[in-house]
Design a protein around this ligand. Structure first.
Ligand SMILES: Cc1ncc(COP(=O)(O)O)c(C=O)c1O
Length: 322
């Protein structure tokens, strides 16, 4: 990163940003890609490129784009949402069909379907290829675009053995975070075809997400895509081990067979602790974990933690729960 060749991406282009965008586009099987500051911005650039005020977007009831992006879909694009329950990120076909609005003046026009890969709300599950193909089929029948929030698409590739481009083939636009398990300090990618990218560039500009000498940080993103994908398998193995070991402690529950990637949702049912109080207690041991709901903690494994940290975590949990 310190040696990155830089230019002005807002004027005539930053060479490192261009290399990252070209590499990402190729990996994702899309015409092109844009480097942007965050996963939230990548998703919202995509939504802003597909939606007009008054439109409706179909997404999972726990979709990141709807629940964890500060209400941006309404705030920024004037669009509303129609939500569906999922089975570990996969829509039911009949339910999805039923959610697409009829072409009727009283109804909001359905303008986009969103999928999330991996699906965060169910603990990083890989949405199967046939479930994605079904979404594409329904979208084609109704003439709708599909956006994939692929924040952890690289994890899905490693866990399933299916190349990212294949997993993203169902989508007209796809976002990917370089700053999560891939370990880059900053940045995300949003990719799609040439028409999409023209609109996306305008939305990126409006959101202030077009950065100038961004090669310094883009170099970290490029390194992540070139060298850090395969090692995600280590994070997945550690998350499974975490599930086995914490799930065996009193008051905690986690089924390791449900841990497919780098997230482990651990249920807390204990006389003295709920997820929030246990997270606060673990913070005193240097363990940072997110209470995802009133019943579950969300543990994330990544390149900065390994066996010694798992031992420390297990001991800290045992001390508070025993
Ligand atoms: C599924 C999903 N999409 C998008 C994002 C947004 O990423 P960022 O935190 O970079 O805005 C996250 C972040 O946790 C996520 O889990």
């Amino acid at each position: 990163m310190a040696d990155a060749e830089v230019g002005d991406d807002v004027l005539d282009g930053d060479p490192t940003v261009r290399r990252l965008e070209a590499f990402a586009a190729e990996w994702l099987g899309k015409d092109g890609a844009l480097y942007v500051p965050s996963g939230t911005m990548a998703n919202q650039i995509a939504l802003g490129s597909w939606l007009r005020p008054g439109d409706e977007v179909i997404a999972a009831e726990d979709a990141h784009v709807l629940l964890y992006e500060g209400g941006a879909t309404g705030f920024l694009h004037g669009a509303q949402s129609a939500t569906l329950p999922t089975t570990r990120g996969a829509f039911d076909e009949a339910a999805l069909r039923a959610k697409v609005r009829p072409d009727f003046i009283h109804c909001p026009p359905t303008a986009l379907i969103c999928v999330e890969q991996t699906h965060m709300g169910s603990g990083g599950s890989v949405v199967p290829a046939d479930a994605l193909a079904m979404v594409r089929r329904v979208a084609d029948e109704r003439g709708l675009p599909v956006h994939m929030d692929g924040a952890r698409l690289a994890n899905a590739q490693v866990a399933s053995g299916i190349p990212a481009a294949e997993l993203a083939a169902c989508a007209d636009s796809v976002s990917v975070c370089l700053s999560k398990g891939l370990g880059a300090p900053v940045g995300s990618i949003v990719a799609g075809d040439a028409d999409f990218l023209e609109r996306a560039k305008r939305v990126r500009k409006r959101l202030g997400g077009w950065m100038r000498q961004a090669g310094v940080i883009a170099a970290g993103g490029l390194f992540a895509l070139e060298h850090q994908v395969e090692r995600l398998a280590d994070d997945h193995a550690l998350a499974k081990q975490l599930a086995e070991r914490l799930g065996a402690l009193p008051g905690l529950a986690c089924d390791p067979s449900l841990v497919e990637t780098n997230l482990a949702l651990v249920g807390v049912d204990h006389p003295r602790h709920d997820p929030a109080s246990l997270a606060a207690a673990l913070a005193d041991h240097g363990v940072r974990v997110m209470p995802l709901s009133p019943t579950h903690l969300r543990f994330v494994t990544h390149m900065d933690v390994g066996q010694p940290e798992l031992e420390r975590l297990e001991a800290a949990c045992a001390a508070h729960l025993g």
